[in-house]
Design a protein around this ligand. Structure first.
Ligand code: TYM
Length: 322
């Protein structure tokens, strides 16, 4: 099995990125061949500041390593270090139906808001398909918001295979039910574009303040409440040990508590949960050359595989001798 996933370097990673995807990257690296990359070509559709893009790209490498990605087990690299992917993107683009891309949410949402979209945003899912198909990936750990893109990838691969023979491996999204859509502090999906995130590597005191400011409903304290679906409880469930989570759920169902109490418990649990990765990140940040070395080794490994797949695809569609 080949596991592959990518994350855009558009700013500090948040709980949604971690619980929706990164935690799965790490769990899967032990038994599978895993490729994880930093999607800087995708980020270029929104980050148009060279210094920032470079910094965010490096920061994501630090984040992933600090969170437990082990370069001895998984291959970590930067998307643009594998130019074969961009070439594969073009090959896929030649057969990508406009209607399919018009239905993709990033483009559709922008258009619905009356904003003008670039071709890069429109073709974003095709580049994502190239990312996946370039390494014969079959398992793609992602949050729910990326499932549509994996479906597009399957459509493009299926149609290419239909025309040119069995060229591509069919990938599948790997989504865990309980963390597919982590809520932000306003209850909507946690997302940088909604400005509702809790950053993984936030200073503990700042994070506590953010948690304390979460707006809650005005039901009376004594009322019994269903825990699932309540933002505070759902966030608490991600970072609290199982026994504490069960005790919290029981407290919700009994009623007779204040949300202030829950916020404090959430801030305490979060502080504990991120202590080790924070320390590891500080250690790694002191050795930037080691991080660059890991990325260079990863890119070399990834390129080797992508070149093999690209060669196969080029032959199949007739732009290289058979
Ligand atoms: P990106 O950078 O937006 O997000 C990285 C990962 O985090 C997940 N995620 C969430 N999961 C649950 N709840 C949330 N609130 C939440 N917010 C984000 C995303 O689902 C994702 O798995 N297009 C991709 C990057 C990409 C990619 C790829 C992914 C480029 N090529 C190939 C897989 C395979 C993206 O923008 O992810």
């Amino acid at each position: 099995m080949r596991v592959l996933s990518g994350i855009q370097p558009t700013g500090p990673i948040h709980w949604g990125n971690y619980f929706g995807a990164i935690r799965q990257y790490i769990a899967l690296q032990d038994n599978e061949q895993a490729f994880y990359f930093i999607a800087n070509l995708h980020a270029l559709t929104t980050v148009r500041d060279a210094t920032k893009l470079r910094q965010y790209t490096f920061d994501i490498a630090l984040d992933l390593l600090a969170l437990g990605l082990d370069p001895c087990k998984a291959t970590l690299f930067v998307q643009s270090d594998v130019p074969e992917v961009s070439e594969l993107c073009w090959l896929l683009m030649t057969g990508a139906p406009m209607g399919l891309l018009e239905r993709c949410h990033a483009y559709k949402d922008k258009k619905a808001k009356g904003l003008t979209a670039d071709a890069g945003l429109f073709a974003y899912p095709v580049l994502q398909a190239a990312d996946i198909l370039a390494y014969d990936s079959d398992t793609v750990p992602v949050g729910e918001d990326q499932v549509q893109h994996i479906e597009v990838c399957r459509d493009l691969a299926g149609s290419f295979n239909h025309h040119f023979g069995d060229v591509f491996v069919m990938p599948k999204a790997y989504v865990l039910d309980h963390s597919a859509r982590v809520p932000g502090i306003d209850g909507e999906k946690m997302s940088k574009s909604y400005n509702n995130t809790l950053a993984v590597f936030e200073d503990a005191k700042v994070q506590r303040k953010q948690i304390m400011r979460i707006v809650t409903d005005s039901r009376p304290m004594e009322e019994a409440k269903e825990p699932a679906g309540d933002v505070l409880y759902d966030l608490y469930a991600l970072v609290a040990p199982e026994a504490d989570r069960e005790a919290m759920a029981a407290m919700y169902r009994r009623g007779g508590f204040g949300y202030g109490e829950v916020k404090k418990a959430l801030a305490d649990a979060a502080e504990k949960y991120w202590i080790e990765p924070r320390a590891r990140r500080a250690e790694l940040a002191a050795h930037p050359d080691r991080v660059r070395e890991i990325l260079a080794e990863g890119a070399a490994k990834a390129r080797k595989k992508a070149a093999e797949v690209l060669n196969r695809v080029q032959k199949a569609c007739g732009i290289r001798g058979g």
